[in-house]
Structures are given as C-alpha cells and as structure tokens.
Design a binder for this molecule. Structure first.
Ligand code: RP5
Length: 168
C-alpha cells in the first residue's frame, strides 16, 4: 500500500498555492487526501480530521492557512502524527502573520513550519516524503533521484552561464 498524507487548507482560495504541494506529493507516489477546513470557520471538522488521521492510515498532516493561521497548530493539538505547516501569503501582510502564527507553537506541540507560499508548499511535500522515507527504502530512492535531478539542473545552468559570460 502506498503512503498517504492528509492535506488540509483553510480555504479553497489557498489551492493556487497548494496545487504545487499535491503535484510534488504525486511525484513521490504519495497519495494525498485534500480537504478544506478552517480552525476558525469549521473548528469541529478540523478537530475530527486530526483526531482520526492516524487511524485512517495517514503518515503525516500538511496544513496550510493564511492570516491568523491557527490550522496547523489546531491539527497538531489532537494528533501524534507529524504536522507540517505552510503559511499562506493571502493577507495584507503577505503571509508574515501566517508565518508567525504557524511557527510560534508553545513547547509540547510542534509544527514543522516551512517557508511562506509556493516554496513552502513544495518543501512541505518533500519533507513529508522524507518523514515517510525514514522507514521506506523506495521513498528514499525517489528522494535521491529528486536531489540528483536538482543537482543536474544546477550544473546545466552553471555551464550555460559560464558559456555566456566567457563569450562576452
Ligand atoms: C485563511 O484565510 C485561509 O487559509 C485563506 O488563506 C484566507 C482567506 O480565506 P477566504 O476568505 O479566501 O476563504 O483562513
């Protein structure tokens, strides 16, 4: 059975950022269940999803929200699964408010907070793969491929730029 991750976001308006997270999960062959639920607008749904996630077989929870972003922390309060929080840049403060609300958890309830917006959405998926990969050699192999691909793209860019600069 392939690993699966629960992906929650505070609003469907977060999807334009979160699509890259789900794409990245799929590249690692991780099944993603995607739900809209809000710490403030639908707290009972958030609580129900987090309390049942472990028994449902999820390996991790990814939670994305903007503004006063309490979703990741609320999910972390009611589960022993690792929770990865993505601050969404949907507010007048461009996600700085969401970053602080997500990262500044009190001792005892960690949220692994990634960068604001799309870079964080991609990294949340990679981090979930790395968590799963600790006990899954196939996942580690896919992560090795991912790193090798990144390195080869940088090498190509290095070659191209050096060629351009030396031809000036
Ligand atoms: C947050 O408020 C959501 O995560 C979203 O980033 C933001 C705006 O939500 P909508 O008003 O677009 O539904 O809770």
């Amino acid at each position: 059975m392939s690993a699966k991750v629960l992906v929650v976001m505070g609003s469907d308006s977060d999807w334009s950022v979160m699509e890259s997270c789900v794409d990245q999960l799929q590249k690692f062959e991780i099944e993603a269940e995607v739900r809209v639920c809000s710490a403030h607008r639908t707290p009972e749904v958030a609580h129900q999803l987090s309390t049942t996630a472990a028994d449902e077989g999820y390996s991790a929870i990814i939670a994305a929200a903007g503004h006063a972003a309490h979703l990741a922390g609320v999910m972390a309060a009611s589960t022993t699964l690792p929770v990865i929080g993505i601050p969404i840049d949907s507010s007048a403060l461009d996600g700085l408010d969401a970053l602080l609300a997500t990262v500044q958890m009190p001792p005892g309830v960690p949220v692994a907070t990634v960068a604001i917006g799309k870079p964080g959405a991609t990294n949340a998926a990679i981090l979930a793969a790395q968590i799963i990969g600790a006990a899954d050699a196939g996942m580690r192999a896919r992560l090795e491929d991912h790193k090798a691909t990144m390195a080869s793209k940088v090498a190509q860019k290095d070659d191209a730029l050096r060629g351009k600069v030396s031809g000036r």
